[in-house]
Design a protein around this ligand. Sequence first.
Ligand code: XMP
Length: 515
Amino acid sequence: MIAVLDFGSQYTQLIARRLRSQGFATEVLSGQTDARTLAQRTPRPDGIILSGSPASVGQGHDPDPAILDLGIPILGLCFGYQWLAKVLGGQVVCATHREYGAAQVQKTPAGRSDLLTAKLSPKTQVWMSHGDSVVALPAGATLLLESNGKPSAFRVETSLGPGRRLWGLQFHPEVYHTPEGKVLLEAFARDICRLSPDWNLRSELEHVQAQLRVELAHVPEVVCAVSGGVDSTVMAVLLSKVTHVRALFVDHGFLRAYDLTNLRRVFDQYPTIRLEVIDAKDRFWGTLAGIADPETKRRGMGRLFVETFADHVGHSQFSHLAQGTIYSDVIESADNKLARAHTIKSHHNVGGFPDEWNRLQLIEPLRRFFKDEVREIGALLGIDPYILHQHPFPGPGLAIRCLGPLEPDRIEILRRADAIFHDELLARSLYDRTWQAFVVLLPVRSVGVMGDSRSYESALCIRAVSSVDAMTAEASELPLSDLKAIASRLVNEVAGINRVVYDLTSKPPGTIEWE
Ligand code: XMP
């Protein structure tokens, strides 16, 4: 197993996903995990990767130096590379400007025969994203790659004590823009850590199911909240193979026109899933009507969701509560101050249940899997591909796509527009050409002309983005002819809208949702 120590880099999860997709078992652990804890883990790591970080070396987030002497090979990336250089006696400087983007690296004579870099092309493109640089390698280090005469990879091997086998890369092999990155990751796992690529999802799934069978052997029913999204749907279906599932769905009044129908269509196929729809529309509207501030909407939705769920099941007798937590939720909500510092919006779907629920046994069968792995598990379980590949839909629903004060009439306009937009995307085969696409009702009215008369109605924005993991996104380049036809339908068929605009902003600096 390879342990990836997370120092808050936006790419940490990508390192683990890449390695797993190449067949190597990988776990992400907090960067503050000390050497003793690492050594005592079962299974004991065969290799350690140190991630990048928004912090610089020496700012209080450095790894425990004792990891150097565990006798486990280490690969430091970016911040990890700089830390290795510094802790071993090299020199790291804070550059005046950040180096960000594609760069060429070239193998040194030593790089041609090194276990990590031997299989790389003599010159290759890599992705740099760093402020600090290593200007002098530590004594005893071997330079493996350089870029414009500056070091970009080194190795340190000593036979002292348990032996140190350390490698560092200034750039990010885990990102798509480093085309030969997988060669480096595979060389580390296979040739340096001596691992075989035998990790695969089918056997992991069998393992999880076998564990659930033991854990739930005497449990007649498990309770869970479902949202219609990929994670909770896969979780409920997975559990339904082992026991009965009481699946609770909170209708908060900010759903899309087709959410409930889709949910029923999926769960109806499983006799061991009992779907219960909680009609909480009045409760949510009672608190949220008229609210315009995005964070007040989000926090209100989060609190009301938990209260509604707790009230509904509060008096029933049940012992096991299942949650569709996935690996990225676990990592993001872990005690990682760096990652937390970079939370931009409050997402409401993690944690927050009342204290008295501590007596409940929590079942999280997907907590070790990444999103794309959850989709694959869903496919192995036979779930409809449309459900598995649906665009993400935020927990607070249409409430955060209705800018300005929440009013039932405005939500209805948005719901109608969303349904038309969604149908058009499917009919025009555009749904799968974009990572996420939706409409946003703007708190802006403008003048138009409908028939012979003047109109003064709301503007609607189409937001469509391409992304890999929602961390960054670009506006999708949907054909203008399709966009114009869709805009025309929206204006003609949805009363209250007389103008449609297209959002061209990337993330960052924008976010995908508008609130
Ligand atoms: P942003 O707007 O932060 O969105 O760029 C990134 C991705 O997260 C989704 N999103 C949410 N998902 N609960 C969720 O389950 C939320 O509160 C929430 N807010 C945003 C968003 O749709 C996009 O895919």
